[in-house]
Design a protein around this ligand. Structure first.
Ligand code: SF4
Length: 343
């Protein structure tokens, strides 16, 4: 059986999808990146290996997400694509008539406008936490409500309470104020869901025409409170679809892109990669105002890959020369390098 693997490594979560050539998902997993994308990749590969069909053969691998280049090297991707393309192709596969995609992940959110099956426009929010899953998780901790219960609790609210959610700081102080006024947790949680939705729309949809059907995907789409808040925002006039595979749409899109790319021979690293030792490091180039972050992936002393230079000045040879110069000037290498935690 011909199989395709899709990997989506974000700053908060890492997702894997294994699919057949009919684009059917055979196995998928949704893991915490926990600041260590390489370990998350290995954990995902262990899961896929465990669920791998005995007659299966990987024919193509795609990677996406903020750490897609790193994932592409470790797993051996044939195609590396941005999240907009991966999320859009998965949404189009699931709902061919889709006109708009809402994607809310742990630390960013996206709005994609699709017309006639192609991406016409998009907007991404990577700056304001108030429109992302981390906002909800943070407030859930403050309210002592498990994040899994958040959505159900919001649906139990008997009345609405407006929480100023322009940014997380205002939201927190307003939330405390509303608690002091005597509002219950369900009302507060519902207010927070509505604040997130207003933020998403204000940050990403201004000046854009939102047509339905809307496909709502990403980890936050599991939260029924947010789904209901979107429905209320549009006063029930827009069709919002949450696909069953909403949490792994980026990884599924990466697998579909690998299938469409159809490499003659896949670059898949194989499951042996789980036992190999990789290390990623980064430094900021200070040679011009671009201040590029140069990321280096090493396996023992071998530089496997590097990326991030806008002008192409950094190669394995120039990086080695820099290291040698630093060593000879007795400046500890550790001081300028940091372990990589991709944003
Ligand atoms: S890598 Fe090139 S573009 Fe980037 S900061 Fe250095 S000199 Fe500038």
């Amino acid at each position: 059986m011909d199989l395709y693997l899709g990997v989506d490594v974000g700053s908060v979560t890492t997702k894997f999808v294994l699919m057949d050539e009919g684009k059917n998902i055979l196995a998928s997993c949704y893991l915490r990146t926990s600041g260590d994308p390489i370990e998350a990749l290995k954990e995902g590969l262990r899961y896929i290996e465990k669920h791998f069909p005995h007659d299966g053969e990987i024919k193509g691998v795609g990677s996406t997400g903020s750490a897609r280049h790193l994932a592409g090297i470790v797993v051996g991707a044939d195609i590396v694509k941005n999240e907009i393309t991966a999320h859009a192709i998965a949404a189009i596969t699931r709902v061919p008539e889709v006109r708009t995609v809402f994607e809310i992940g742990g630390q960013d959110s996206k709005l994609i406008i699709i017309r006639d099956g192609v991406v016409e426009d998009f907007a991404m929010n990577t700056v304001c936490a108030a429109g992302t899953g981390s906002f909800l998780e943070h407030q859930a901790v403050r309210l002592n409500v498990p994040i899994e219960e958040f959505g159900k609790l919001a649906l139990r609210a008997e009345q609405a309470v407006r929480i100023a959610g322009r940014c997380t700081v205002f939201a927190e102080s307003d939330m405390i104020h509303k608690q002091q006024l005597g509002f219950g947790k369900p009302e507060i949680v519902k207010g927070l869901c509505e604040a997130l939705v207003r933020n998403f729309i204000n940050n990403l949809a201004t000046g854009k025409t939102i047509e339905d059907p809307i496909v709502f995907q990403g980890g936050v789409a599991a939260n029924e409170g947010i789904v209901q808040a979107f429905r209320d925002f549009f006063q029930g006039k827009k069709k919002i679809i949450v696909p069953p595979e909403h949490g792994v749409m980026g990884a599924w899109g990466a697998a579909i892109l690998a299938l469409e790319y159809a490499p003659e021979k896949t670059s898949f690293s194989g499951f042996e990669v789980i036992s190999r030792q990789f290390e990623s490091r980064s430094f900021n180039c200070e040679d011009c105002p671009n201040a590029c972050e140069i990321v280096i992936l090493k396996e023992e002393e071998d530089i496997k890959a590097l990326w991030g230079s806008r002008c192409g000045k950094w190669t394995p040879a120039t990086v080695r020369k820099r290291w040698e110069e630093k060593e000879s000037s007795e400046e500890p290498l550790q001081r300028e390098e940091e372990s990589l935690v991709e944003g």
